[in-house]
Structures are given as structure tokens and as C-alpha cells.
Design a protein around this ligand. Structure first.
Ligand SMILES: [Zn+2]
Length: 297
């Protein structure tokens, strides 16, 4: 019998795990919006972290010789544009790792946002998400840092934005620095990773981060998780990027590339069917591994 837990996704008092240890090893960078914490990573990358909300999403600013690339725009609670404008005066290119609300919140503030060419993702760019679609994220206990002064929870929604679809293999040339985007379906069908091959960095979006991986998401608009696809994606990226540094979109920024193989193995073990798991009130199953968990239907 599985152990019963209340919520496989959001544990009570999640914030007691903060500050997460890796941040003590990173240089904190001054910036103008207290909703965010910004840290300098190697190779001219800034991590733009939102530790005040349970999602603990991290967006990234990557500096090239001529342009800068913003990877994701956060929850849409703080003003990430103000932060980015403070950090760089280079011309800015913006891309989403996928169209989940916590990665596209400030899209509307930018001239144009690149997104993988998937019909569900394109619809979200055109239509945004309503208050009803995101209000779950405002339930008591979701934030432990007060929301920004000008954030109105009752009006929280994701606004539409101007967008540019990209295909598999799209290259962002920032001047002396190229990032290649490629589709990594599983967590969602529109997910991408971005490889900076010269620096051996892999921006993993939500396909991998060092926390609870979501392989259970359902959606009415074709953007649901598919566990078999997720497993196949992890096997492919583990074979190719095992010696890269992973730059992850939630909780803590960096992990070693060998972790990708551990996640691929974890999916194989779940599929084999004899692993212990916990089960929550919605019958979601949570499997716990060394350094990450996986939630499935
Ligand atoms: Zn996601």
C-alpha cells in the first residue's frame, strides 16, 4: 500500500526549505525589484529567481557579444522587465521554454516572444490565461514573501503577447554566442531546451530541475504531460548532454549533466512498476529519488 500524503505537488510549509543551499555559493546581484533575487552564474548568465512563491521559478538572462537572451519571463507578479533593463542595455531577444503560466507571466511587457511552434502554445500567446486558469496558484500558503505592491491577486491573469513561433533547431545568435533550441516533449509537448555548446551549458526548462518533476499535468488545450514521451526525451538528452552543466527553471539553478541519466533511469524504474510511491488525495503518485521526485497520474 502506498503511503498517503495530502498533496504530491505542493507540500505544506514548502518555504521551510529556503534559502536553498546553492544560493550561498553564488554572488547575489543588486537589482530594483524586491520580488526577485538575482544571482550571477558562470559564463555571463544571470539567474532571476522568484523565491517568494511556491513555484520558485527561475528565468535566465544570457549575455552575448551583441545581444542578450531572456529565457522565460516568470510569474507575472513582479516586473521582470525592470530587472532585465537594469542588468543589460544590449538589444534583447526573449524566448519561453514552454507556455506554462509561470514562465510566460511578463511576456506582454516585451516587443516579441519566441515560442515553440505548437498549436496549444500559440493559443496561449494569442489569448493568455484567464484568472480562473491561474487562481489556484494564489491559495493560502502559496507565497511567503508579500506580493509586490502593485500586484492585485483578484486580477491575476496572463495577458496575451506578440510572439514568433520557432521550429526544432532554431538558433539564437547573440554575437559570438549561439544557443540552439530543440523540442523536448514530455512535461509538456511545447517544451524546449536550449544548448550553449561552446560553454557546455544546457538550459533545461521544466524538463529537468532539482525538485518535483511534473509528469502528470492534464490540460484541455493539448498541453498535457505524456510520461512515455518524457522518458524518451530524457534518454535522448542524457546520451547527448551528460557532460554539460544543467541550468534549471525551478528551485536551484545548477546541476551536473549526469543527473539527466539518473532521471532517465528513474522513468524506466517507474515503468517497470515495482518502486514504492506516495499517493495524495487526488490519487497522484509521487516517486522520490536522490535529488528529485517525479509525480505521475
Ligand atoms: Zn512547466
Amino acid at each position: 500500500m502506498p503511503e498517503k500524503i495530502a498533496d504530491a505537488v505542493q507540500p505544506d510549509a514548502w518555504y521551510e526549505a529556503l534559502p536553498r543551499p546553492q544560493y550561498a555559493t553564488l554572488e547575489a546581484v543588486e537589482q530594483p525589484d524586491p520580488w526577485f533575487s538575482v544571482y550571477r552564474l558562470p559564463c555571463d548568465v544571470y539567474a532571476i529567481y522568484e523565491p517568494g512563491h511556491f513555484q520558485e521559478v527561475i528565468s535566465y538572462l544570457v549575455l552575448g557579444g551583441e545581444k542578450a537572451l531572456l529565457i522565460d519571463t516568470g510569474m507575472g507578479m513582479g516586473n521582470i522587465k525592470k530587472v532585465v533593463d537594469f542588468l543589460t542595455d544590449k538589444p534583447l531577444v526573449v524566448v519561453n521554454t514552454h507556455s506554462h503560466f509561470d514562465h510566460i507571466g511578463c511576456n506582454w511587457m516585451f516587443e516579441k516572444v519566441h515560442i515553440y511552434n505548437h498549436p496549444g502554445a500559440i493559443r496561449r500567446m494569442k489569448e493568455g490565461l484567464t484568472h480562473q486558469e491561474v487562481e489556484d496558484n494564489l491559495k493560502p500558503g502559496s507565497n511567503w514573501i508579500p506580493y509586490p505592491d502593485d500586484f492585485v491577486p483578484e486580477e491575476y491573469a496572463i495577458k496575451p503577447c506578440n510572439y514568433q513561433p520557432i521550429e526544432n533547431g532554431h538558433q539564437f545568435d547573440l554575437g559570438g554566442r549561439v544557443l540552439t533550441a530543440f523540442n523536448t516533449p514530455g512535461h509538456s509537448p511545447d517544451s524546449i531546451m536550449l544548448a550553449d555548446d561552446a560553454n557546455k551549458l544546457l538550459f533545461t526548462g521544466d524538463t529537468f530541475y532539482p525538485a518535483t518533476l511534473y509528469a502528470h499535468l492534464d490540460s484541455h488545450d493539448g498541453l498535457k504531460s505524456v510520461i512515455d514521451t518524457y522518458k524518451k526525451t530524457m534518454e535522448e538528452v542524457a546520451a547527448k548532454y551528460g557532460d554539460y552543466t544543467l541550468i534549471c527553471s525551478h528551485n536551484e539553478p545548477m546541476r551536473e549533466g549526469k543527473t539527466l541519466g539518473q532521471v532517465a533511469d528513474a522513468f524506466a524504474a517507474i515503468e517497470a512498476g515495482d518502486l514504492p510511491y506516495q499517493e495524495d488525495e487526488n490519487h497522484l503518485k509521487k516517486y522520490t529519488f536522490d535529488g528529485f521526485c517525479i509525480v505521475t497520474l
